[in-house]
Design a protein around this ligand. Sequence first.
Ligand SMILES: O=c1ccn([C@H]2C[C@H](O)[C@@H](CO)O2)c(=O)[nH]1
Ligand SMILES: [Zn+2]
Length: 134
Amino acid sequence: MASLDTLFEAAKAVQTKAYAPYSRFKVGAAIMTPDGKVFSGCNVENAAYPVGSCAEGGAISAMVAGGESRIAAIVVMGEGDALVTPCGGCRQRIREFAAPDTPIHVAGPEGIRKSFTLDELLPFSFGPHNLGTR
Ligand SMILES: O=c1ccn([C@H]2C[C@H](O)[C@@H](CO)O2)c(=O)[nH]1
Ligand SMILES: [Zn+2]
């Protein structure tokens, strides 16, 4: 699937930009919107550790700043052999802009390792519907 390849390459490219001098664990994330636009983000750490931010959050900020508000698919690229799935906070961040069946692809440098739906990673989620929005 060409668009998934594009998304994978975007995540891989932005991962190299990560600012992770403390964990030395670089992460890249790339979002595709329903009309095929791609937005990416990397983790940005801070000497005050809790202030650091995740790659997924950066990609979401770029998407919103770009005037978009729907995630059709997301690729997350981490380091090492283990699956790097979005942290709990980022699952909720993704939830805000995605549908239950939106694919979350977890990748390594060699390619996509496993694909989940948002609902698999964040079942019974709290979301905009709880507040009467969307
Ligand atoms: O899905 C993930 C998991 C971790 N990190 C970042 C946060 C921190 O900078 C580093 C180590 O946890 O990786 C992400 O950006 N996304
Ligand atoms: Zn996170």
